[in-house]
Write a protein that binds this ligand. Structure first.
Ligand code: AGP
Length: 610
């Protein structure tokens, strides 16, 4: 997730762009840049925050039109050369989104003589715009070039572009990434969202997918996919700046839960090869031979990432036949691990900076193990130190409680397990295909859960005053139980325990009373009958059962007091849907208890100390 801005008007563009970018920093903050037209193209970019960009912009830069960008790296480390805008000759571009087919386009452009200066997917857009305007036999304007360029792109984008030959306007295009246009008195604006523009205007045009257009000081033109001019109504927003950063949500956590249809899509964008029944993981530096003879994998992580790792263990064993251990990083580093060089260590860490995880991975490196990092932060310490990095591409997460980064970790683990399983011929292309189809359905299914969130809120409100909560699940639903308990205790301060449902009878049943809600994750699969028996054990102790169950499950109501429904899905993939449901349960419980949801007491987003 990145932020883009543009301005064409009668005031100094640099200060407007910098100010607007500061408002978009929550969308990404590892590097930034601007391009302005002041007789020629003046581009300034740097690694760091917008304040660092501000420091390098000359005071005497006299320009009234420009574009800007704040970056959250997805392709290429946070380095100045990977920062936007990307320039091709006299064309400059900023982009938010992911171009899935950029590798193929890059090869074609290199053959045509274009030289790439960055590792980003975005640079292909700059060269394509330039090539279509200047290097083909026909002469076209920037808007036509943009239309032809987006025809070549697969993926998501909000783009703003400048060209010195059409210096009075900015050209924009949008598909699956947000873009708004601001209508001002001294000029007009483009931005990833209204937050960036509230200081200058509250009059907004919302751009839809497949629309393109131009922003000039006195005119805004929007065109549909068919090239026809569209008349858009101006909408006046009433938000203040803080509400706008949260896109109108009360908390970042709720916003981030709602971003999951998009973040999940971004995690697997360009990687699912449905027809071949395979996963494209070019970032994995493991040879076919190494994968074939892998004897053991060890997953190392903390907190939520560790819960994701338990699901990873089950998936690697089920889909790839690789014996997998899951280790808490803080324990592993002081234990006596028995490891050898042919083994694989997988570190899962959202931030890429967790001190215990880094230390544990370094320890496993000392045994000569190959290492893979699964992280959300490009260029983080873990990403720099491991042999391979799989980025989860969930975009920045501000709420301390991990939500969209957890589901992104799960999606990455599914993809890695399928890839390893196919490379070892452990699963058939058909079985892989079924999983891929299941993954592709997730964004829509998550959206369905979000649309029904009121039911989850009602349930949360009923039990918000309880002192203890239990979450139980079996097999793949066991890590969901652990993660859901962690989520609830972290933000609502209710004591919550996640348990393997079969373990209840070995002790914790003693704690159950009629006042204890027990959430049973009871999705269809080969342990379904077993969890029904566990629910009966719970009911026999008079506790209240909240079941998370498939929408076509007609049995469950006979057993549970409250049922939270999820769309029916592939048995192995249902944990993603149950997790989203229980993230909402935790959120609404904390809301009812008036807790500090985005910044829970005693916790930090990134735990860089032991
Ligand atoms: C998750 O909600 C927590 N904030 C916490 O458990 C977190 O997952 C843990 O600190 C590990 O962080 P990491 O993924 O950045 O390594």
């Amino acid at each position: 997730m990145c932020g883009i801005v543009g301005y064409a008007g009668r005031n100094q563009a640099a200060s407007i762009l910098v100010d607007s970018l500061k408002r978009l920093e929550y969308r990404g903050y590892d590097s930034a840049g601007i391009s302005l037209f002041n007789g020629e193209l003046a581009t300034h970019k740097t690694v760091g925050k917008i304040a660092d960009l501000e420091a390098i912009i000359p005071d005497d830069l006299d320009a009234c039109i420009g574009i800007g960008h704040t970056r959250w790296a997805t392709h290429g480390k946070p380095e100045t050369r990977n920062s936007h805008p990307h320039v091709s000759g006299n064309v400059s571009v900023v982009h938010n989104g992911i171009i899935e087919n950029y590798m193929m386009l890059k090869e074609e452009l290199i053959e045509k003589g274009y030289e790439f200066k960055s590792d980003t997917d975005t640079e292909v857009i700059a060269h394509l715009l330039h090539q279509k305007m200047y290097a083909s036999d026909k002469s076209i304007d920037l808007l036509t070039s943009m239309r032809e360029t987006i025809e070549c792109l697969e993926g998501s984008y909000a783009i703003a572009a400048l060209c010195t030959d059409e210096s009075e306007k900015i050209i924009f295009a949008r598909k699956d990434s947000p873009l708004v246009i601001g209508v001002g008195e001294d000029g007009n604006y483009a931005a990833s969202d209204v937050t960036a523009l509230l200081k200058y205007t509250k009059d907004i045009l919302y751009i839809n997918d497949n629309e393109t257009g131009t922003v000039s000081p006195d005119e805004i033109r929007v065109f549909g996919q068919d090239g026809n001019l569209i008349k858009k109504d101006i909408e006046t927003v009433e938000w203040d700046i803080e509400a706008a950063e949260k896109a109108g949500y009360d908390h970042f956590m709720l916003k981030e839960i709602h971003e999951q249809p998009t973040s999940i899509q971004n995690t697997f964008a360009g990687k699912l090869l449905e027809l071949e029944g395979n996963i494209k993981l070019d970032e994995l530096y493991l040879s076919k031979e190494q994968i074939k003879y892998l004897r053991r994998a060890t997953i190392i992580a903390c907190g939520t990432s560790w819960n994701a790792g338990i699901l990873g263990k089950y998936l690697f064993e089920k889909l790839a036949g690789i014996h997998t251990d899951i280790e808490t990083a803080s324990e592993f580093r002081y234990g006596n691990p028995v490891l050898c060089g042919e083994e694989l260590t997988i570190a899962i860490t959202q931030s890429g900076e967790t001190a215990d995880t880094l230390a544990a991975v370094r320890s496993s490196m000392s045994y000569g193990c190959k290492t893979i990092a699964i992280t959300n932060v490009v260029g983080s310490t873990i990403a720099r130190e491991c042999d391979s990095v799989l980025y989860t591409r969930a975009g920045p997460e501000i709420g301390v409680a991990a939500t969209k980064t957890f589901t992104a970790q799960l999606i990455t683990l599914y993809m890695l397990a399928i890839h390893l399983g196919r490379s070892r011929n452990f699963i058939s292309p058909d079985d892989a295909k079924k999983l891929i189809i299941g993954l592709k359905k997730l964004p829509g299914q998550v959206q369905k859960i979000l649309n029904r969130k009121e039911t989850i809120k009602e349930c949360a409100d009923i039990f918000a005053d309880r002192r203890d909560y239990f979450f139980i699940g079996r097999y793949l639903n066991y890590p969901v139980a652990l993660e859901s308990a962690l989520k609830l205790k972290e933000i609502s301060y209710i004591h919550a325990e996640g348990y393997a449902a079969g373990e209840l009878k070995h002790g914790p049943l003693a704690l159950l009373t009629k006042d204890t809600p027990v959430v049973a994750i009871a999705t269809k699969g080969h342990t379904y009958d077993k969890i029904l028996s566990n629910i009966k054990e719970v009911k026999a102790r008079d506790a209240t059962v909240i079941a998370v169950a498939d929408e076509d499950d007609t049995e469950i109501e006979k057993y549970a007091d409250v049922v939270l429904r999820i769309p029916s899905s592939h048995e192995l993939i249902a944990p993603v849907l149950s997790s989203v449901t229980l993230q909402l349960l935790a959120y609404y419980t904390a809301l009812a208890r008036d807790c500090s949801i985005d910044k829970p007491r005693n916790l930090a987003k990134s735990v860089t100390v032991e």
